[in-house]
Design a protein around this ligand. Structure first.
Ligand SMILES: *[C@@H]1O[C@H](CO)[C@@H](O)[C@H](O)[C@H]1NC(C)=O
Ligand SMILES: *[C@@H]1O[C@H](CO)[C@@H](O)[C@H](O)[C@H]1NC(C)=O
Ligand SMILES: *[C@@H]1O[C@H](CO)[C@@H](O)[C@H](O)[C@H]1NC(C)=O
Ligand SMILES: *[C@@H]1O[C@H](CO)[C@@H](O)[C@H](O)[C@H]1NC(C)=O
Length: 484
C-alpha cells in the first residue's frame, strides 16, 4: 500500500476494507498513451492514477516529463522502446547499453521511477507491418535484456515484447484454444524469443482485444465478447469457453506449451473497449466489458488453462488520443476510460467489487476559452465546403461523424461545423484556424447536441506541471545525470 495511512486511528474492519480495495486496483495496470493534439499534463495523469489507486502504468516511450511525474510515486512502470528504434538497438549492443543507461539507469534510484519492465517495441509482428520489424525485434530484445543484466539490474527489470494476439492461432480444422500454436510464418522466431524470455525469467506480453474480434467479423456472437454469459460456449474437449478473452489467452498458453514453456508468466499488455467510431464502440458496451473483466480479475479465477491465478493486466487505455492513426478503424481515437480531458465516461470499479461509480477525474485541467468554430450562416461559396471539410478532417479528429458514431446523422451544415470546430480546437483556437475561405466563424454559442459533443480543447504542459515536487524531482534527476 505504501501510502502512510493513519493506521492506528482507523477501526480494523475499515482498515481491512481499505487495504482490500487498494490492493485490488493497485494490482491493475493502465496504458498511458500520448498521441493527442493536447495531451493531459503528466502531473495530472499521475495524480489521476493515484486518486484511483492504480498501481501500474505502461508507457509507449520513456518521455522525460512522464518519467519525472512518476518519480517517487511507487507506481510500477513498464517503459517502452518505439518500433522505429528497434533496428538501431538490434544492430549494436553498445547502442542498447546506452539506451538502458539513458532511459532506465537514469531513473533507477531511491525516489526515482519504479521500472519493472522494458517493452521492446509495440506489436512489432502485426501482419499490417508487412514484416518490417521481423528481423530486428528479437536481436533488440536480446541486446536490451543483456544490457540490463550487465548493468546489474536484470534481476528486477525485465525486457519483454508486447505482441498482438495475431502471433498465434488455432488451425481452421480445430478452432479450439488447446490447439493453439504460434503463427506459421514466425513460429521459429517466436520459439527462440520464448526461450530467451524464459532464460531471463521475463514474461510474455500479449494484447487481447475482444472488441476487435467483434469488429472484424460480422458473424461474431456479441455475448462471447463479454463476460456475463449468453453466448453458446465453445467446447474444447469438454472445457467450455464462454468468452473470447479466456479462449484467446488459453490459445497462447497452448502455443507456449507446444514450445516447452506452458508455465511462462503472461502479461496482458492491453485490453479494453472503445466508446466511439463504430457501431459497437459505445460507452454502454465498454461499461459492460470492464464490469465483467474487472470482476473476473479480482476473483483471481484465472482461465481454464490457468485456473486460480491473478492475471496481470494493463487496461487500454487511460485517455482518448485524438491524433492516433485511424488505419485500424475510426474507433482508434476513443479507447480512453477517461475522455481527452480526464473526465470519466462511464461507471466502473477498478477493484472489481462491482461497486460501479464514476472514477475520480483528472484535477487541475484547464480548458481553452468557451469558443467554438462553426459554419458561417451567411457563407456564400458553399461549393468550396467539401474541400475545406476534408482539410479540417485531415488534421483534426472527425471520427465521431462516421456511421454508428455519436455525431452521425447531422446535415451537411452540422458536419461542416463539427469539422471546423475540431480543427480550430486542435489548433488551440488560433484565429486563423477558423476561417476556411470565409466559410467559418468563431462563436460563443455551443453547437453541441445531446448525443454529439463539440469539444473545447484543454491547455497542455506548463499549466499544471508547475509545483514544488516536480522541481524537486527534476533536481534529483539532474544530479543523477551529473553523476553519470
Ligand atoms: C503493407 O503492404 C500493403 C499492401 O502491399 C500496403 O498497402 C501497406 O501500406 C504496407 N504497410 C506498411 C506499414 O508498409
Ligand atoms: C529479413 O531477413 C530475411 C532473411 O535474411 C530477408 O529475406 C528479409 O528480406 C528481411 N526482411 C526485412 C524487412 O528486412
Ligand atoms: C456527414 O459526414 C459523414 C462522415 O463523413 C458522412 O457519412 C455523411 O454522409 C455526412 N452527411 C451529410 C449530410 O453530408
Ligand atoms: C460533452 O462535454 C462536456 C464537457 O465539455 C461534458 O461535461 C459532457 O459530459 C460531454 N457529453 C458527452 C455526451 O460526452
Amino acid at each position: 500500500m505504501g501510502r502512510r495511512l493513519a493506521a492506528a486511528a482507523l477501526p480494523l474492519p475499515l482498515l481491512l476494507a481499505l487495504c482490500w480495495a487498494a490492493a485490488g486496483a493497485a494490482a491493475l495496470g493502465m496504458n498511458w498513451g500520448t498521441q493527442a493534439t493536447h495531451p493531459l499534463p503528466p502531473k495530472a495523469v499521475v495524480q489521476v492514477l493515484r486518486d484511483n489507486g492504480v498501481g501500474k502504468v505502461k508507457l509507449f516511450d520513456t518521455d522525460f516529463a512522464a518519467m519525472s511525474a512518476l518519480a517517487g510515486t511507487g507506481i510500477e512502470v513498464m517503459a517502452a522502446i518505439p518500433n522505429i528504434m528497434l533496428a538501431d538497438l538490434a544492430a549494436d549492443a553498445a547502442t542498447a547499453k546506452d539506451w538502458v543507461k539513458r532511459n532506465v539507469q537514469r531513473y533507477d534510484f531511491d525516489g526515482g521511477v519504479t521500472i519493472k519492465y522494458v517493452a521492446v517495441g509495440n506489436e512489432p509482428f502485426l501482419s499490417s507491418y508487412n514484416g518490417s520489424f521481423i528481423n530486428v525485434t528479437f536481436p533488440a530484445l536480446q541486446n536490451i535484456q543483456n544490457a540490463l543484466n550487465d548493468a546489474g539490474i536484470g534481476d528486477r527489470i525485465k525486457a519483454t515484447v508486447p505482441l498482438n494476439a495475431d502471433v498465434y492461432n488455432s488451425p481452421k480444422q480445430t478452432p479450439v484454444p488447446s490447439a493453439g500454436r504460434f503463427r506459421a510464418d514466425i513460429s521459429e522466431l517466436m520459439t527462440d524469443m520464448v526461450k530467451f524470455l524464459a532464460k531471463n525469467g521475463a514474461p510474455f506480453t500479449v494484447n487481447i482485444y475482444p472488441f476487435l474480434s467483434l469488429y472484424l467479423n460480422d458473424n461474431f456472437p456479441l455475448n462471447y465478447a463479454f463476460f456475463d454469459g449468453g453466448a453458446t460456449p465453445v467446447n474444447d474437449n469438454g472445457v467450455l469457453y464462454t468468452n473470447v478473452f479466456d479462449a484467446n489467452f488459453d490459445t497462447l498458453v497452448a502455443a507456449l506449451k507446444a514450445v516447452g514453456h506452458g508455465d511462462m508468466p503472461v502479461i496482458v499488455g492491453e485490453v479494453g473497449w472503445p466508446t466511439d467510431g463504430d457501431k459497437n464502440a459505445k460507452a454502454a458496451y465498454a461499461e459492460r466489458f470492464y464490469a465483467g473483466l474487472l470482476k473476473r480479475l479480482a476473483s483471481k479465477a484465472g482461465t481454464p488453462a490457468r485456473p486460480g491465478q491473478y492475471i496481470e493486466v494493463y487496461l487500454f487505455g487511460l485517455v482518448d488520443e485524438d491524433a492516433k492513426s485511424v488505419a485500424p478503424g475510426n474507433f482508434e481515437r476513443h479507447w480512453g476510460i477517461l475522455r481527452y480531458d480526464g473526465q470519466p465516461k462511464y461507471a466502473m470499479d477498478l477493484t472489481g467489487q462491482g461497486r460501479n461509480t464514476m472514477l475520480a477525474p483528472a484535477k487541475g485541467v484547464r480548458y481553452l476559452s468557451k469558443m467554438w468554430c462553426a459554419l458561417n450562416p451567411n457563407a456564400k461559396d458553399l461549393g468550396k465546403l467539401g474541400a475545406n471539410v476534408d482539410y479540417a478532417c485531415t488534421f483534426a479528429d472527425c471520427t465521431p461523424l462516421g456511421y454508428g458514431s455519436t455525431c452521425n446523422g447531422m446535415d451537411a451544415a452540422g458536419n461542416a461545423s463539427y469539422a471546423f470546430n475540431a480543427y480550430y480546437q486542435a489548433q488551440s483556437q488560433k484565429d486563423a484556424a477558423c476561417d476556411f475561405q470565409g466559410l467559418a466563424l468563431p462563436t460563443e454559442t455551443n453547437p453541441s447536441t445531446a448525443a454529439c459533443n463539440f469539444t473545447i480543447q484543454i491547455e497542455t504542459g506548463a499549466a499544471v506541471v508547475r509545483g514544488r515536487s516536480a522541481a524537486a524531482v527534476l533536481v534529483a534527476l539532474l544530479q543523477v545525470l551529473v553523476v553519470w
